[in-house]
Design a protein around this ligand. Structure first.
Ligand code: FAD
Length: 536
């Protein structure tokens, strides 16, 4: 089984052309579409791990819910994850201590540990068959890093109450001679099988789930879904990047693209474990890309070694002169060096993560709203963060005390991150320079079938794509969210906004917020000013 042969992008199933192993190895999870107006108590928008966990927790607490999903269940970033379930946080506990304090770093550790236990218990309770395993995790040094990072992090994890150990050798990676921190009792699963189990349990408890049902005009009274009105007392926006808000939350987090490969490896060559390095300290990005590795059962003879990394800010791969396809080449090189027993590379895919400015995600009431809630900013810890999102919002709506509610409040102001904030804002506004720069191609003639690009025509920017039948599709390249100039992503065959991470298919259909609507189709004129509808 492999998905390296290209499939036409089906945005109901996934948000890019490359299929993840999880999506390729499971049946699409489909429900009815919304086809009439109705009233519900709690409307949940988004069918990833955050939305489904919220639905499950709220039903358990005795509420009535309706969940609507634009594509199919898991068609967003949940279906493109690598599903490490861990309390080893991307941004490190010693950084959390600096940004917040020791007490809050410990609270964060406690919350992610609780999310691991919640997932474990729910899988047992609902008898979800999803290859769930408790495994150990190992954090080792990136080639650009020094042992001081591990020493600082080890001390901080201890202060945070975690049962970590410092080891003098990285288990199972021969070429890594240095130290590592061991995190016992982490976990892993097959995300799509887990989501299927949650969805089944939700339906069993009387919850309503709809797929291919897009929510628009989200407000305190509910939302329009497929043109029908759903009235609700509470609205939870679990769309990974919030689609209810134009600006506030999008100045607190930034989109990054991250890459994954899946390689066959003979069973028994490696133990089921999680491995991460400490990140590239020479990287130009504020969120330093790191490598993340795990094993999944593939068939009777083979496991799949799933390795991710080589991140960059969305739409800005070329700023490092490393286009998307070369990111996979780098990732394969890195993996082969450390895991020489791997055989064929049978999967590759990429996805988007939202990096919060102060290293903690956002869960709770949307700033300025009383009955609209968001779950976002989960960086590479979305399995536990999305789970926490469901747990915390369920408690808020139920009126139950929750010890983590303030920590993750979307309205918090964190002054210690001003430098990083200003650098990310600088990067974001720098993208507006694309308004006056040349497009990346001069003429649609340059495009081969299956390729896209952005053309400048005076001050106009046009996103063009030549399909497999040689037809050109042309849309405005201006993001309808806040006017960023879209960039062509040749690997996932999408147009991506470098400002806030909105993404569009080659047909101009929005596949990632914060943009709410599709790209306008346009006609472009040829050099002789002859009007040409390029779709003909
Ligand atoms: C390559 C990669 C590797 C990762 N690895 C890990 C890992 O190992 N461990 C970890 O903890 N995290 C990891 N993450 C992060 C994690 O996968 C995500 O943070 C998490 O899946 C987000 O879940 P979600 O439910 O919040 O969002 P999503 O899964 O994106 O769900 C949001 C859903 O909302 C739907 N939607 C959007 N707009 C609308 C609308 N208007 N109406 C209706 N529905 C709408 C979308 O279609 C989507 O299905 C990884 C992410 C990537 C990309």
């Amino acid at each position: 089984m492999s998905t390296l042969d290209k499939n036409p992008i089906d945005s109901n199933r996934t948000s890019g052309e490359n299929l993840s192993y999880w999506i390729a190895s499971s049946k699409p999870i489909i429900f009815e579409k919304v086809d009439k107006s109705f009233q519900t108590d709690i409307l949940i928008i988004g069918g990833g791990i955050s939305g489904l966990t919220a639905a499950y927790c709220l039903l358990k607490a005795g509420h009535k819910i309706t969940l609507v999903e634009d594509g199919f269940i898991g068609s967003g970033e949940s279906g493109r994850t690598t599903a490490h379930i861990t309390h080893a946080l991307d941004d490190f506990y010693y950084e959390l201590e600096k940004i917040f304090n020791e007490e809050k770093a410990a609270l964060a550790a406690n919350s992610h540990s609780a999310a691991i236990e919640w997932i474990n218990k729910t899988i047992e309770l609902e008898k979800i068959e999803c290859n769930f395993k408790r495994v150990d995790g190992y954090l080792f040094l990136h080639a650009t890093d020094t042992k001081e990072t591990l020493d600082k992090e080890y001390a901080a994890t201890k202060r945070a109450g975690l049962l970590t150990e410092m080891l003098s050798k990285v288990p199972a990676i021969e070429s890594e001679n240095g130290w590592c921190i061991k995190y016992p009792g982490q976990a892993q699963f097959h995300i799509m099988h887990y989501l299927k189990g949650l969805a089944d349990a939700i339906v069993k408890m009387g919850g309503n789930i709809f797929t291919e049902s897009k929510a628009e005009h989200i407000n305190k009274n509910g939302a329009k879904v497929n043109e029908f009105d759903i009235a609700a007392n509470h609205i939870i926006v679990a769309t990974n990047t919030p689609v209810n808000d134009v600006l506030t939350m999008h100045t607190k987090q930034w989109p990054y693209r991250t890459y994954v490969i899946g390689a066959k490896i003979k069973k028994g060559k490696l133990p089921y474990s999680l491995w991460w390095d400490t990140g590239d300290h020479d990287s130009k990005w504020i969120t330093q890309p790191y490598h993340y590795v795990r094993l999944e059962e593939l068939d009777e003879e083979y496991d799949l070694l799933i390795c991710g990394g080589e991140d960059h800010k969305t739409g800005q791969a070329d700023d490092e002169d490393i286009p998307e396809e070369d990111r996979y080449t780098k990732l394969i090189g890195w993996t082969k060096k450390r895991f020489p027993a791997i055989e064929d590379i049978v999967y590759k895919w990429s996805g988007q993560v939202m990096e919060p400015v102060d290293s903690l995600g956002f869960i709770g009431k949307n700033p300025g709203d009383d009955n609209i809630y968001i779950i976002t900013g989960d960086s590479g810890n979305g399995m536990t963060h999305g789970t926490l999102g469901g747990m915390i919002i369920s408690d808020i709506i139920t009126g139950k005390e929750n010890q983590w509610m303030d920590l993750y409040s979307p309205s918090r102001i964190t002054l210690t991150t001003t430098d990083d904030y200003l650098r990310e804002v600088g990067n974001m506004t720098a993208q507006l320079v694309d308004w006056v720069s040349q497009g990346d191609i001069k003429d649609a003639e340059e495009l081969k079938p299956g390729e896209g690009g952005v053309i400048s025509s005076g001050l106009k920017k046009i996103a063009v794509y030549r399909d497999e039948h040689n037809c050109i599709h042309a849309h405005t390249a201006v993001c309808p969210h806040l006017g960023g100039i879209l960039q062509w992503n040749n690997e996932e065959k999408s147009f991506d906004c470098p400002m806030h991470g909105s993404r569009f298919t080659t047909e101009g259909k929005v596949i990632n917020g914060p943009a709410k609507g599709d790209l306008k189709k346009i006609e472009i004129k040829d050099e002789d000013e002859k009007a040409t509808d390029l779709n003909k």
